[in-house]
Design a protein around this ligand. Structure first.
Ligand code: NOS
Ligand code: ZN
Length: 347
């Protein structure tokens, strides 16, 4: 293995985060303020005491257990003001790790508890992303999520609303939630609508269930990217298909270990995928819930999988190519990143 790469170099390396959930990125300090504004008392008075409520512990045994953490923060993300703030702060946190481009995903139907419409939720999140973009110089876009436990009607409503904001802050739609209980074939009708409306699709698959879900997502739901895809390794033919069709995987190493998509780093297939030519990208999933940031994720790849600095830069560029951006916007990003790599002596 090369000599270890300095943490500081990884932090300074320009990066992209294509898979980060809005409600998994709430700062504990912000939650305390949002609770205070609403006159609700929280079970903790300090950041340190609050974190265990918002973050998974080492004892997390499944995706289902991981997802239960979202119940704690969602009641506080029901107003336009709160949504704008957490969207803005998600961009702020990205900037702290030299992320030049971010796609923030959120499920509009989970933010309607105080009467906001799907369109209003989308509007406020996009406004928050835009203000973060202006302040921190991070290009930021939104992805609207359909939830697996919601009905077709609610999910189609999300897709229609996202489609009418396409190119105006929203770039794609996703499917998230409890994968083991709701396989992708339940959602053919829903994603036919995004196909009809010309909206790109990424699907969480191969995280809490097998490779067949990834195959279904790609061949029947029209997914052009896959969230996680950890269990693609079960099917060599599928690995070849993804490499050949250049379908990027949005991998989130620390989250993937926590949700038990794999039980140890030895089983984590990222090196193997990379060697096979699959377009692997590296992302955070949920900075707060997973206690992570993108520097930490890339450091895992250097430390546990021997990725050299030039290989990390290649993973970053996979992310740029996989971005749901116009070709002209990608070109700008590509040039800027290459220049920054050179200035850092990488590549
Ligand atoms: O890794 C994941 N797999 C599946 N669903 C997830 C993951 N992380 C978050 N969410 C789900 O997406 C919702 C909207 O952001 C969250 O509330 C959570 O339920
Ligand atoms: Zn996710």
């Amino acid at each position: 293995m090369d000599h270890p790469i300095a943490y500081d170099l990884i932090r300074k390396l320009p990066k992209v985060d294509l898979h980060v959930h809005l409600d998994g990125s709430v700062k504990p300090e912000t939650l305390m303020e949002l609770a205070q504004q609403r006159g609700v008392s929280l079970p903790a008075r300090s950041r340190k005491q609050l974190l265990p409520h918002m973050q998974v512990e080492d004892d997390c045994t499944s995706l289902k257990m991981y997802l239960s953490k979202f119940d704690f923060v969602l009641p506080f993300l029901q107003t336009g003001e709160a949504l704008r703030r957490v969207a803005h702060e998600t961009v702020e946190q990205a900037a702290a790790h030299t992320i030049g481009y971010i796609e923030v995903r959120f499920a509009p139907q989970l933010h309607r508890g105080a009467g906001l419409s799907v369109e209003e939720v989308i509007h406020h999140v996009v406004e928050g992303l835009r203000s973060g973009e202006r302040k921190y110089g991070v290009v930021a876009r939104g992805i609207a999520i359909c939830m697996r436990h919601h009905g077709s009607k609610e999910n189609i409503e999300v897709i229609e609303a996202a489609a009418s904001r396409s190119g105006k802050g929203i770039v794609a739609v996703d499917l998230a939630g409890d994968e083991a209980s709701y396989p992708p074939q339940f959602f053919r009708e829903v994603f036919a609508v995004s196909h009809k409306r010309g909206l790109p699709v990424t699907i969480h698959a191969g995280e809490a269930a097998g490779a067949e879900n990834v195959l279904e997502a790609v061949t029947r739901l029209g997914a052009v990217r896959i969230g996680h895809g950890v269990r693609v390794k079960e099917n060599p033919e599928l690995m070849r298909l993804l490499a050949k069709q250049r379908i990027p995987l949005e991998m989130c190493p620390i989250s993937n270990l926590q949700t038990k998509a794999v039980t140890s780093w030895e089983q984590y297939p990222i090196r193997d995928y990379f060697e096979r030519g699959i377009k692997v990208t590296v992302n955070t999933d949920n900075p707060t819930v997973s206690g992570t940031n993108l520097t930490k994720e890339y450091r895992v790849l250097a430390d546990k999988f021997g990725f050299a600095a030039t290989e990390l830069a290649e993973l970053v560029m996979n992310g740029v190519e996989a971005a749901f951006l116009e070709e002209s916007e990608k070109r700008v990003l590509r040039r800027r990143f290459r220049r920054q790599f050179r200035e850092l002596g990488v590549g």
